[in-house]
Design a protein around this ligand. Structure first.
Ligand SMILES: [Zn+2]
Length: 175
């Protein structure tokens, strides 16, 4: 049985959505009867409109995790190299500029370490959430992609249809 457009019930102007998309991508424009059918969809945006679903992003550690790691390691390193030796070798009450020393320690060690821990933790939680939602997103994507591979486009009606499910999507016309 031939595949027919459910609107005009013809097969002379239909084309697989995937091949319309690919031709639009490889030539940068689409030449077809679509422009003469009084539709709003232009050559290049047609391929865009018919583009396949976007694959979900794979779970990954966000970049700020590494920033947190650097700050944490830096803060610890600063503690070990400067703050701790100063506190061990000098009588803390005799440090010339105690306020300055405390402020320095806060800015260069305490704050980076706290910021680092919070950021590292956030990064791990974020990735864990992505790991949990990824299978669902992937299943939806695969289903959408299967559907996209089944779809046809009718240039006469400016419509997409799925011959398997009988679904039809028609682009809005301005006039
Ligand atoms: Zn049609």
């Amino acid at each position: 049985m031939p595949i027919l457009c459910p609107i005009c019930e013809n097969d002379d102007k239909i084309q697989k959505v995937s091949s319309v998309y690919l031709s639009g991508i490889s030539f940068g424009h689409y030449e077809g009867p679509a422009t003469s059918s009084g539709t709003t969809v232009s050559s290049t945006s047609l391929a865009k409109t018919l583009s396949p679903p976007l694959a979900p992003k794979k779970p990954s550690i966000p970049f700020y995790f590494y920033l947190g790691l650097v700050m944490f390691v830096g803060g610890i390193g600063f503690c070990l190299s400067t703050v701790l030796p100063t506190m061990l070798t000098q009588n803390i009450t005799k440090i010339n500029d105690l306020e300055g020393f405390i402020l320095f320690t806060l800015c260069c060690a305490v704050i980076p370490i706290i910021f680092g821990i919070v950021t590292i933790f956030r990064g791990i939680v974020t990735k864990q959430k992505q790991v949990e939602s990824y299978p669902g997103l992937l299943a939806t994507y695969n289903k959408d992609l299967e559907g996209w591979n089944r779809q046809y486009y009718c240039h006469r009606d400016d419509a997409i249809f799925d011959p398997t499910t009988g679904e039809v999507w028609q682009f809005k016309k301005t006039s």
